[in-house]
Design a protein around this ligand. Structure first.
Ligand SMILES: C[S@@+](CC[C@H](N)C(=O)[O-])C[C@H]1O[C@@H](n2cnc3c(N)ncnc32)[C@H](O)[C@@H]1O
Length: 247
């Protein structure tokens, strides 16, 4: 097991940097996700839907919604969905996608911060979030906020990337990062430094380094007050999906 950083990778100006990264990659974000995950991302999303349960007519919030893929899946299952994100350009892409897919039934996209969600206590029945936690400045606070906006009995389902613990798997994972993420990423982002820091796809891969996962991350959901907290390791440990219930 590699050593973890309990609050992920943090640095001065992270929020602004993250917003710039996602502003840069919004136009090709979905395409890159498919390439990088070898199409597995759709399976992870389907698994998230199973954990969310029957969402018909339920109030759902997708935090760090990005281009809205999870939000649109929830809406497709009959949820009344709000997708929230801090990057306007990602939200624009989400709205364009929703419009292209058909009538915008049951989904809206709003600007807002995961660390200070612009919703009252107990406003939602289901909260989801995909691959956002590495990008926030305070992981625990963001999970606490998910708990706060859920109504009693509500469910949380969160997916995040992680570095596999198994050394053999990790060897292949590093190769995957190099050939399927860093190289295609560099072709897209041009290797251009953002805000004097790493290019976009370098950040997206390096932020996995030491990111808390498994039991350590599940403990943060319990600390927020969630019950029945579970986590599921997918694709040889490259992704963890966490689920819990608000009492
Ligand atoms: C890796 S993308 C994930 C997008 C989407 N959930 C998905 O499954 O593809 C991370 C998203 O989190 C957003 N984000 C980062 N920090 C945030 C914050 N503090 N509040 C809300 N959204 C945030 C970014 O703007 C970005 O759209």
């Amino acid at each position: 097991m590699t050593e973890t950083k309990p609050n992920g990778t943090q640095f001065e100006g992270k929020e602004e940097y993250v917003r710039s990264v996602f502003t840069e990659i919004a136009p090709y974000y979905d395409e890159m996700n498919d390439t990088m995950s070898l199409g597995m991302i759709r399976r992870w999303h389907r698994f998230m839907m199973r954990l969310a349960g029957d969402v018909r007519s339920k109030r759902c919030l997708d935090v760090g919604t990005g281009t809205g893929e999870i939000a649109l899946m929830l809406a497709g299952e009959g949820g009344e969905v709000t997708g929230v994100d801090i990057t306007p350009r990602m939200l624009e892409a989400a709205r364009e996608k929703a419009a292209a897919r058909g009538p915008p039934a049951g989904v809206r996209f709003e600007l807002g911060d995961a660390l200070d969600l612009p919703y009252g206590d107990g406003s939602f029945d289901v909260v989801t979030s995909g691959y956002m936690l590495r990008n926030v400045t305070d992981i625990q606070r963001s999970i606490d906020e998910m708990h706060r906006v859920l109504a009693p009995g509500g469910r949380v389902v969160v997916a995040e990337l992680c570095k596999p613990d198994n050394r053999v798997v990790r060897f292949f994972y590093e190769k995957h990062l190099k050939y399927r993420v860093s190289r295609p990423g560099r072709r897209r982002d041009g290797g251009v430094a953002i805000g004097g820091r790493q290019p976009a796809y370098e950040w997206l891969t390096s932020s996995v380094e030491g990111f808390p996962h498994g039991r350590e991350m599940a403990a943060k959901f319990s600390a927020a007050g969630f019950e029945d907290v579970r986590f599921y390791s997918k694709t040889f440990g490259a992704v963890n999906i966490y689920a819990g219930r608000k009492a």
